[in-house]
Design a protein around this ligand. Structure first.
Ligand SMILES: [Zn+2]
Length: 579
């Protein structure tokens, strides 16, 4: 049984006892009414590795469709409602008397009364985006009450319900798997990759001073590395594993990892709960370079010094193994899912001496030695081309900071500045400025920092011109340049044209796209009155839902739409229609 779960059980028992004493119902904090009908199937597990984060909830499948009924897990009241084009999309937070808050995200619609309340507010504030705290008396909910329909809103990659259980006082998400939710897990985790890392220049795996992938064999929870692994020096492990829960679920993440060397526990990782402020440590937990280069999510079983994620147990040490010559090590890596199933990977390692000595004559450096940046210090570098300031604790480990200035790409207004290495993860926002001497006076307010993505395309990294530099805040390394956005967003109606009879239509659908800086605002009016356009940026779509309450029937109306990007380039679209 996971260690933290034992603590929770104690809490549950204590709570039950006190509730009994007061004659209250005895629902434990983890007695949750299922948020969807029937058996629950997962497409995402708690703590699984996502882009720049650990997943803070469970993703439930909704049969590939939107519009499944969603129910409150416990009595309480709606405490927060959010509407936005990214992140959670449409989301409801319910605060329960048992100290928990449940969150239901990517909803398509709220229950009618909530929908109307939100819409009133959107019209009052003339804003699609809403993030409000709701007073306890406004929307009390019963256990199992219908609260909305599942959807695919916000940053959702397909219809599903994102569901979280948080502690109300500190909003820390907990693993909802440790509850009575109807999730039938009957499959063991699968281990499908092992890497061994030399952790300094004089360490070798099978004679090589490189990260080395070994061939994992086995099935059904039992895996081995067939041959004895010969190593020299200090090494670490990386493991790739996943969990399918059951046949109706999609590939999910794992819950925990333990590593034993000669039966002694030397590494422990599990995700019972974590605060949102530590979720970015996911980038240090995994082999970040392997994710960047090959898209693989490999759990490292050794810790960088500034990885302060709370999910590591305390067997001591940082997971680095110093191998003694001729010693034999029996190593077991155990992978756990949230439902008590385990998979084991066994291997034998032998300390060796490959007879490789470090070269005596150092290779001459191409430039003066790169500065050593200590992660616990503020670090900065200023050149004629760029300047960079990293606050302390922005790095997970010390680095030898490097940079490179290369040719100017056509259409950009600075050379390409390579800031260190895109394969090194950064924990915090830092300030990056690029010399803007080449930017013409009349374009300065259109300048931003662009970054070159993996496909070689320039994306906006934000920022603006200030006193001879274009400056932004970013939290990754890579290739940067100054780009100019003078092109207004495009507006392409999908289902309307001038003087169209739209009496049978339910919505006005319009595609809006911007090439670089991104869409900053969407202002739609009909007959001069503000109307609600919902924004779905992942599909470059906005839509207005015809509204009997706010728009008169059987009349000619005039739509006026203004779309502005982050560099104040504006497009306008006008259209008369009959409704
Ligand atoms: Zn999710």
């Amino acid at each position: 049984m996971p260690y933290s779960f034992a603590i929770w059980l104690t809490t549950i028992i204590t709570l039950c006892a006190s509730e009994l004493a007061h004659g209250q119902p005895t629902n434990s904090p983890f007695d949750l009414h299922p948020p969807l009908k029937g058996e629950l199937f997962l497409s995402g597990s708690f703590g699984e590795i996502r882009t720049n984060s650990f997943h803070a909830g469970l993703d439930f499948r909704t049969g590939g469709k939107i519009g499944q009924e969603v129910f409150a897990s416990e009595k309480g009241h709606i405490s927060r409602i959010r509407v936005g084009g990214t992140g959670f999309g449409k989301a409801i937070y319910i605060q329960h008397p048992n100290g928990l808050t449940t969150v239901y995200a990517h909803l398509d619609k709220f229950a009618p009364a909530i929908n109307e309340y939100v819409k009133e507010l959107q019209y009052e504030r003339q804003s699609f985006e809403i993030d409000i705290w709701v007073s306890a008396k406004d929307f009390p909910v019963k256990r199992g009450e219908f609260i909305g329909l599942s959807g695919n809103t916000g940053s959702s990659g397909g219809p599903h319900l994102h569901y979280e259980v948080r502690s109300t006082t500190n909003q820390i998400p907990m693993n909802p798997s440790f509850s009575n939710l109807p999730i039938r897990d009957n499959l063991k985790p699968v281990i499908n990759g092992l890497w061994i890392y030399p952790l300094d220049d004089s360490s070798y795996i099978q004679g090589k001073n490189n990260r080395t992938e070994l061939n994992v064999q086995g099935q059904n929870g039992s895996y081995t590395i067939k041959d004895t692994i010969r190593v020299q020096g200090t090494i670490g492990f990386g493991v790739k594993a996943y969990d399918y829960i059951n046949r109706g679920s999609l590939r999910c993440g794992i819950y925990g990892i333990r590593k034993h060397i000669n039966k002694r526990l030397t590494y422990q990782f599990s995700v019972d709960e974590f605060s949102f402020s530590e979720t970015r440590y996911a980038n240090s937990h995994i082999d970040f370079a392997l994710r960047q280069d090959e898209g693989k999510r490999v759990h490292k079983l050794f810790r960088e010094p500034n990885n302060l994620f709370s999910g590591y147990g305390s067997p001591g040490g940082n997971g680095r193994l110093q191998v003694a010559k001729d010693s034999v090590y029996h190593i077991t890596i155990t992978i756990e899912d949230s439902y008590g199933h385990t998979a084991y990977l066994n291997m034998v390692m032998q300390g060796s001496d490959f007879g490789i000595k470090k070269l005596d004559e150092p290779t001459p450096p191409l430039r003066p030695a790169n500065p050593l940046w200590l992660f616990y210090n503020d670090n900065s570098k200023a050149t004629e081309w760029f300047s960079i300031q990293l606050p302390k604790n922005s790095l997970y480990d010390n680095i030898n900071f490097t940079y490179q200035i290369t040719d100017t790409l056509s259409g950009s207004y600075s050379p390409v500045v390579r800031i260190h290495n895109a394969n090194t993860a950064v924990h915090r926002l830092y300030t990056l400025s690029i010399n803007a001497d080449s930017v013409p006076q009349n374009l300065k307010h259109k300048a931003l920092i662009g970054t070159i993505n993996r496909e070689g395309k320039v994306e906006s990294a934000g920022g603006q011109y200030t006193e001879g530099w274009v400056e932004t805040q970013t939290n990754f390394f890579g290739d940067f340049l100054i780009a100019i956005d003078t092109i207004a967003p495009t507006i392409t109606p999908q289902n309307m044209w001038e003087n169209m009879d739209m009496k049978k239509e339910k919505t006005i659908d319009i595609k809006v796209e911007d090439d670089l800086s991104g869409i900053a605002s969407i202002e739609g009016t009909i007959n001069g009155n503000w109307v609600l356009f919902e924004h779905d940026p992942k599909n470059n779509l906005i839509f207005y839902e015809f509204d009997n309450k706010r728009l008169e029937r059987n009349k000619t109306h005039k739509l006026h739409l203004t779309v502005t990007d982050n560099k104040e380039n504006t497009s306008i679209f006008e259209c008369k229609f009959l409704w």
